[in-house]
Design a binder for this molecule. Structure first.
Ligand SMILES: Nc1ncnc2c1ncn2[C@@H]1O[C@H](COP(=O)(O)OP(=O)(O)OP(=O)(O)O)[C@@H](O)[C@H]1O
Length: 243
């Protein structure tokens, strides 16, 4: 938070948790897809749904936000830090500290236990570990809040149902309260009832900690649950050269 003084009166300004400015990106060696985006922000505690057709660059944008790829130009600020200025290793550590990621296929360690999977990001993120407090107890509490039975805590991830794996993926993203949660189509494989239940769980947790959420989906019906709905074409220009 910054404080500004105008005519002696102080105003507090909360910086966005995410801010991309004047970003340009194309995949190395590929000239057929280029993304440019002048400005996009997500505020603290805001839940934003990002819609877009297949191939419109949604996952590419999430990768730029997570710093797994770098833009050719522009800035990507997460919690006030321009991640394009960080080295590869520093970016990995920064991501582990600041961003909880829920992948489409959950990306759990299949032979790791539920506890191993939930605690994984804390291994690379000492500040997030501190903020989790007693990490094992925090993981167990998240399991309980997310409706995972106690006896699954020591089970291997590959022995869980899809719904249980999804809850583990949510717990892994939430542990230690990172300021930003990124979710890439986490509900695409679910029926309508399970989608609603998943969003209930996610919103309960993000609201409790004023966490920002950016979720990608193909499904505009989810929009009513979010503070803001945007389409890729509203925020980015995509150039697709002919083959
Ligand atoms: N690792 C990669 N290397 C090269 N090109 C890629 C890579 N990943 C995606 N692309 C290309 O970038 C473009 C946008 O793909 P992206 O996956 O970001 O779209 P999307 O909107 O997430 O699609 P979907 O909804 O189908 O997941 C496509 O032309 C795709 O072929």
């Amino acid at each position: 938070m910054r404080r500004y003084s105008i005519c002696g009166a102080f105003f507090k300004v909360t910086l966005p948790v995410l801010e991309l400015s004047e970003v340009g990106f194309h995949w190395p060696g590929r000239t057929r897809f280029a993304l440019s985006l002048s400005n996009f922000t997500v505020d603290k505690g805001e839940a934003v749904l990002l819609l877009g057709e297949s191939g419109s660059g949604k996952s590419t944008l999430l990768s730029l936000i997570c710093g797994t790829i770098l833009p050719n130009k522009g800035t990507v600020r997460v919690a006030g830090t321009d991640i394009t200025t960080l080295s590869g290793g520093a970016r990995d550590r920064f991501r582990a500290e600041q961003i909880g990621v829920i992948f489409q296929q959950f990306n759990l360690l299949p032979f790791g236990t539920v506890a191993d999977n939930i605690l994984l990001p804390l291994r690379f993120a000492p500040d997030r570990r501190k903020s989790a407090g007693d990490a094992k107890a925090a993981a167990a509490a998240l399991c309980e809040q997310l409706g995972l039975p106690k006896d699954v805590f020591a089970a291997k991830a590959n022995a869980l149902s899809v719904g249980q794996q999804q809850r583990v993926a949510v717990a892994r993203a939430l542990i230690g309260h990172p300021p930003l949660i990124i979710a890439d189509e986490p509900t695409s494989a679910l029926d309508a009832n399970s989608q609603a239940a998943f969003l209930d769980l996610l919103f309960q947790q993000t609201s409790a900690h004023n966490t920002s959420l950016l979720m990608v989906s193909h499904d505009p019906r989810l929009g009513e649950r979010f503070d803001r709905v945007i389409r890729m074409e509203d925020i980015a220009q995509i150039e697709r050269a002919a083959a």
